[in-house]
Design a protein around this ligand. Structure first.
Ligand code: SAH
Ligand code: F3S
Length: 481
């Protein structure tokens, strides 16, 4: 997931600040999942109304915000290091204030104010609308904190300020929180219960992006397949909804279809899908609309039924294969990617072999692989001993990474000789003379610039490939232009 963010950053940096008369400067840095990057755009929008424009220069900032991630210990350590840097800058600019947002704010709450003297403000993921009050408090010299989780907040009525945007692709959040309670995961504790956003506000945002010239959106949620709008409220309270609410409820397939029809030229992506919640009608909707990208990020975490159970992933290896078979049957050229964890408590060599054999069956296009990191407060931390030695976790990790490399190369080779539609996102990292974009499967494609522009849909003939990149030449604009 982090990788996708990096690629998106390749585009020319464009900060769309709405108000040129604003005088205070906000510097905002985001870590972790796409949702955090999307949330930072909501925060920038809320603070724009309070007189803040964004700056890319830390030294110039009146207010420094860091949107944090708690998913693994390393993510938290990265943020702590950044706070040290902010501290050094603050010494030269004592008026500068520092705020911590996101999952670490929610997890550590007031401990942050005690542990990190540099921090003036702590704000959890559901409390961003309170920022105007919190900023006023720190302006008056007091520390400020709001970490209350909400049952309703979706920020559906906040029009995000697009940060670090290439003007081509944008995130649109559709659900917040997660009810799945995977035993290793801190997200349900830091982001609260699952709730969905009003489809009309999603459509309004997508239409607005189209009007501004954006060409691709990614619908975001911790678990998009579980999207369910019945007039507001928590997903878990759907049983209590009225008959009319139930009859007019919109699920994820319905939402995808609404967006695909509203903007037939817009590329539509989504992330993340959870195998236990992904239904056939979603796959069928993907197949039906050419503008829905043929790519599914489908984390599985482990190939062992025993470990899946310990993780509280509510499906078996066999059910996962059935889902994969259905995807391949309905969308033969669909790309699939994974998240995987090695060294979950009690994982044996046999369990690890099950993971390798599952990967061999699916042959993922790419993947994001991690060594298990015990997170305070999760069920796994409370009930299980983190008993797999670090070197074993790391060795298993390198084995699955090596296998994924092999499969990625196998997948990129399948594109050789084909002509594929690519949306140009920016200049290639490796060469100023080349564009970088993606095909529908989300594979990066690089080709000579000629007279094409960022945001063009171009047909590219694929001539060469590496494990992660396709290299080709443009043969003309695609019909979608
Ligand atoms: N549904 C979410 C998952 C968020 S976490 C989404 O939108 O992607 C992203 C990935 O981090 C998970 O799929 C998992 O593979 C990994 N992860 C989560 N908790 C972890 C932990 N405690 N240790 C190691 N990896 C973890
Ligand atoms: Fe975490 Fe599982 Fe939800 S990985 S975000 S609890 S689907």
């Amino acid at each position: 997931m982090e990788k996708i963010i990096d690629e998106n950053k390749q585009g020319e940096s464009l900060v769309l600040d709405p108000n040129t008369s604003n005088s205070r400067k906000l510097y905002i840095e985001s870590y972790g999942c796409q949702m955090n990057f999307s949330d930072s755009e909501i925060v920038a929008s809320i603070l724009a109304k309070e007189g803040f424009n964004t700056t890319q220069k830390l030294e110039d900032a009146d207010l420094v915000l860091v949107n944090t991630c708690s998913i693994r210990d390393k993510a938290e350590q990265t943020v702590r290091k950044r706070l040290e840097k902010f501290n050094a800058v603050k010494r030269t600019n004592p008026k500068m204030k520092v705020g911590v947002l996101g999952c670490m704010a929610e997890r550590l709450k007031s401990k942050f104010l005690e542990e990190e003297k540099i921090v003036d403000m702590v704000v959890g993921p559901d409390a961003y609308k309170d920022l105007p009050n919190l900023v006023q408090e720190i302006d008056e010299g007091r520390n400020a904190m709001n970490v209350i989780l909400s049952k309703e907040e979706t920020y559906g009525d906040v029009a995000p300020v697009r940060l670090n945007s290439n003007g081509v692709s944008a995130f649109v959040s559709i659900t917040r929180g997660c009810d799945n309670m995977c035993t290793f995961c801190v997200v349900p504790f830091t982001r609260g219960r699952e709730r969905s956003r009003d489809p009309q506000s999603i459509l309004d945002e997508v239409n607005d992006l189209a009007a501004k010239g954006f060409k691709e959106i990614t619908l975001l949620g911790q678990n998009v397949d579980s999207y369910l709008w019945y007039g507001g409220g928590l997903k878990k309270d759907f049983d209590k909804a009225t008959d009319i609410q139930k009859a007019t409820a919109v699920g994820f397939a319905g939402l995808l279809e609404m967006v695909a029809i509203a903007q037939p030229k817009m590329r539509i992506r989504f992330s993340t899908s959870n195998p236990q919640d992904m239904t056939l009608d979603v796959i069928e909707t993907m197949a039906k609309y050419q503008n829905i990208c043929k790519y599914i990020h489908l984390p599985v975490q482990s190939g062992s039924n025993r470990i899946l159970k310990e993780m509280n992933r509510l499906h078996t290896r066999e059910e996962y294969f059935e889902l994969i078979d259905n995807i391949r049957k309905i969308i033969p050229d669909c790309a699939i990617s994974q998240d995987m964890i090695t060294g979950f408590p009690t994982e044996t060599e046999e369990d690890h072999q099950d993971t390798l054999s599952l990967m061999e069956y699916v042959k993922y296009d790419f993947g994001f692989m991690f060594a298990y990191s015990e997170r305070p407060g999760t069920l796994a931390e409370r009930k299980m001993e983190d008993d797999i030695p670090e070197p074993v976790k790391k060795r298993r990790l390198s084995e699955i990474i090596a296998l994924q490399q092999k499969h990625s190369h196998f997948r990129t080779q399948q594109h050789l000789g084909k002509t594929e539609e690519v949306l140009i996102e920016g200049t290639s990292k490796k060469s100023d003379a080349h564009w970088m974009g993606r095909n529908t499967q989300n594979t990066v494609v690089v080709f000579p610039k000629e007279n094409y522009h960022i945001g063009d849909f171009v047909n590219v003939k694929i001539n060469e490939c590496t494990t992660a990149t396709l290299i080709g030449e443009a043969v003309g604009y695609s019909e979608n232009n």
